[in-house]
Design a protein around this ligand. Structure first.
Ligand SMILES: Nc1ncnc2c1ncn2[C@@H]1O[C@H](COP(=O)(O)OP(=O)(O)OP(=O)(O)O)[C@@H](O)[C@H]1O
Length: 226
């Protein structure tokens, strides 16, 4: 990935969510950690243009998140903290096909791509199930499949193992590890980011550590005081 933030800050009213930041991200696997409310989700949303910078500029693979907002959304797919909210259609395969229909693809191609992505995520058996009847882990995998099927180069996953039991957590963690796409994972689940190439730590709206997982996690324990 090639993400560049130039003097970028975010304010909501008079609340500063992110202090000015200059940063370039080129690694394939990036993690983001920090205490509740430190600005992780704001930072992640900035990258795919869901949040616009109050000052400065964000470029994602050469695209400006303000000027090229639609192209940025296609380039960087976002899997939300509560993925059930991003599933729109009642049936799993229809939900996966939805993004492709919106792009005007022919029916045959939609069906082939839907089948392929269901298989890739190991959820072919869920194709005709109702999305609101899926377990937490199944929902997470289907949400990932729905985003991946449209072909983004970067995937941003916001707390993907939140509320999953041990078995589902492991399944989702292994699926994320096996992804071909570049990934940015925001999490409180430190095991999920032990293997990333670069781990960022935010604190009170500032990037305070940026390095290997070992160093950044040590710093996080100091900040958290435990
Ligand atoms: N749309 C918004 N309007 C106003 N304030 C916001 C908005 N989004 C985030 N904030 C504030 O910005 C700060 C950073 O929030 P953010 O969601 O980025 O934190 P986070 O690190 O992802 O937290 P958590 O770990 O609890 O999910 C918080 O003080 C939050 O209340």
């Amino acid at each position: 990935m090639d993400i560049r933030l130039t003097d970028c800050s975010v304010r909501f009213g008079d609340r500063v969510a992110l202090h000015p930041l200059a940063l370039t991200l080129n690694e394939r696997r990036i993690g983001i950690i920090g205490l509740n409310g430190c600005g992780k989700t704001t930072f992640a949303r900035l990258i795919n243009g869901l949040v616009k910078p109050t000052t400065g500029r964000v470029e994602v693979n050469g695209l400006d998140t303000v000027k090229d907002d639609r192209a940025v959304l296609a380039e960087a797919g976002f899997i939300f903290q509560n993925p059930q909210h991003q599933l729109i259609m009642p049936i799993v395969s229809d939900d996966i096909a939805f993004g492709l229909k919106n792009r005007g693809l022919p029916a045959k191609e939609i069906s082939l791509r839907t089948e392929a992505v269901l298989q890739r995520f190991g959820v072919s058996h869920l194709a005709r199930r109702r999305v609101h009847e899926l377990s937490g882990g199944e929902t997470q995998l289907v949400a990932m499949a729905s985003v991946v099927v449209t072909g983004p180069k970067i995937l941003i996953l916001d707390e993907p193992t939140n509320q999953l039991d041990l078995r589902n957590r492991r399944m989702v963690a292994e699926t994320i590890e096996a992804l071909d796409e570049d990934t940015i994972v925001i999490t409180h689940d430190l095991g999920l980011v032990e293997g990333v190439e670069r781990l960022l730590l935010f604190h009170e709206g500032r990037l305070i550590a940026d390095g290997s997982p070992g160093e950044t996690i040590r710093h996080y324990h100091e900040v958290a005081g435990c």
